[in-house]
Structure formats: C-alpha cells, structure tokens
Design a protein around this ligand. Structure first.
Ligand code: ASP
Length: 301
C-alpha cells in the first residue's frame, strides 16, 4: 500500500492514522519505549527539494519505530547525471527497502515511482500537488487542541496556487467535516480550487487560521519587493487575527517568511500559535503512517 494523496486513503485508514498518531504523541512525550515495531526494516528518503521539517520528521519517526533510515544525497546522486526517475526507482527497488519516502518538484513523481517499487511509497510533497502527511498532522494538531475537526471553520490563507499543503488540507479537513475557506491574493488563487481574494472575510469567525508560505521558488513574478505591503494586505497580523473566533488558533506548515505572510508576534504567541505543536505532532503522525504501511497490523502500539 502507498500513501500518495488524501484520496488514496479510506476513511478508516485516516481514522487509524489520527488515533494512532495521537497515542504516539503521548508516548514520545513520556519517553515510553516503543518496542521497535519496525525493527529490521529499512526506510529510504529521497528528497529532490530542500526540506528541514519533513525530512527530519520522517527520519525521527522511522528511528523511533526501530527502522533503519537511509537518505540519498540527491545533489550528489545519479539523478544529477541525467538518470530518469523510472531508472532511479528500478535501482532503489533492487535494494529492497521497506518504504520509500519521496519529495519531488514535479507533480505526480511519487505516483510514477509507486508501480515500479515493491515497497510502500509515501508522498512527502510533490510539486504543487499534494502533501498528505502534512494535512494528516495538521488535522491531528487541530483535533488535539480544539477537541474536534468537524464543524470548525478553517481559513487557509496565502499562496494557495503553489501550495500542496492547501490542496491536501482542503481535501482532508473537508472530509473530516470542517468548513474550509481558501483565500489569498487573486494572482495566487488557482483555477482548480475555489478561493477568495478577501483574506479578512475568510478569517472572520474562523476557529483555525492557517497561513501559507509565499513560495518564491515557484513564483514567476517576484512579490518580494514589498514584503511589508504583503503583510498589511494579506498577511496575519495581530489586528487581522482579531476578526477570528476569540479562541482561534494559528498554524503554518513552515518554513515561515516572518514579516511577510505572518507577523512574528502572532507566530510566537504562546496562547494561539500551534506551530511548534505541528512539528511535534508531525513525528507522531508519520510514525502512524509508517506503521500502517510498513508494520505488521498484528502488533498494536
Ligand atoms: N514545507 C511545506 C512543503 O514542503 C510548506 C512549504 O514549503 O511552504 O510543502
């Protein structure tokens, strides 16, 4: 079984990942031993794009489960000598890993490798398409903090067009019963998703305000000249956050452009910002994903 997109997961699998992830957060915090359910298994990391959180998070998750982690230094690999993705998949498959975690700048790259690989393939973010484990960790972070996802108003704001995080979250959070509102600068709204150019309206009464990074590496026209202007028109300032529900929480998948899509005072607000919790929950959710895909179901947490 692979984890390529939110649609590739059944409702039952989503519930299993969230419930098991919840338990892993607790056991990681308490330092309880995990009895290495993935002992002897090998997880490959293949990251064609830079990453801090996702790469480290998958690695830590695999280690905590007792698996061995092998990370290909893509910059120094044959991928940089013109090897096709299919050939890379065949080569890696011949080494018999138990899971391949892949991030790629092209939409659909994980789905292309999956039929070639005999092991589980996990999409760790492909182009502007999907980032399913980010959405799963976001859903669990919301559930842990607000007690539920169903019925909540979630505003996802910023560079929607280039955001795989927005795509996966829009699918998952709606499936879990949230009202998802997408908003951002009109030039950063995609054709395939319904979004609004009015960030203030999206934030009005929201229970969760999730800000997205301006993806300069995917933008043709640089918005970078006037970061202060972006913040005042579309970014999350303390003043704008006042429009949200009184107990609203703030999220960001990282990396943040402080002072552009989010003001530092909001990002660091200990009462409202769930950003550090997202990272913590990310390890737990990825442990649950790895166990579901690679582990034996007869060995519960
Ligand atoms: N870290 C997230 C991703 O890789 C969000 C971002 O890069 O803005 O999709």
């Amino acid at each position: 079984m692979d984890l390529l997109s939110i649609d590739s997961l059944s409702d039952d699998q989503i519930a299993t990942i969230l419930d098991e992830g919840d338990r892993w957060v607790e056991s990681n915090r308490s330092g309880a031993a995990t009895h290495a359910p993935l002992g002897g298994r090998i997880v490959f990391n293949l990251f064609y794009e830079n990453s801090t959180r996702t790469l480290m998070s998958f690695s830590v998750a695999a280690h905590r489960l007792g698996a061995e982690v092998v990370t290909l230094p893509v910059e120094h690999s044959s991928a940089r000598k013109g090897e096709t993705l299919d050939d890379t998949a065949r080569t890696l498959n011949a080494m018999r890993p138990d899971a391949l975690v892949i991030r790629h700048f092209e939409n659909g790259a994980p789905a292309r490798m999956a039929p070639i690989m005999d092991c589980a393939v996990i999409n760790a973010g492909d182009g502007t398409n999907e980032h399913p484990t980010q959405a799963l960790l976001d859903a669990l972070t919301i559930r842990r903090h607000l007690g539920r996802v169903a019925g909540l108003k979630v505003a996802i704001c910023g560079d929607i067009k280039h955001s795989r995080v927005a795509r996966s979250n829009a699918k998952l959070l709606s499936r879990l019963g949230a009202e998802v509102r997408l908003a951002g600068p009109p030039m950063l709204l995609p054709d395939d998703l319904h979004g609004s150019g009015d960030v203030d309206r999206a934030i009005e009464g929201a229970d969760v305000v999730m800000m997205l990074r301006i993806q300069r590496e995917r933008l043709e026209n640089d918005l970078g000249d006037a970061p202060g202007e972006y913040l005042s028109r579309y970014g999350l300032t303390a003043e704008r956050l006042e429009r949200a529900a009184p107990s609203a929480v703030v999220m960001h998948p990282g990396p943040m452009n402080r002072g552009v899509e989010i003001d530092s005072a909001v990002a660091d607000d200990p009462e409202r910002s769930l950003i550090p919790l997202q990272v913590e929950t990310g390890v737990a959710v990825r442990m649950a994903c790895l166990r579901l895909l690679v582990g034996s179901p007869s060995r519960p947490v």
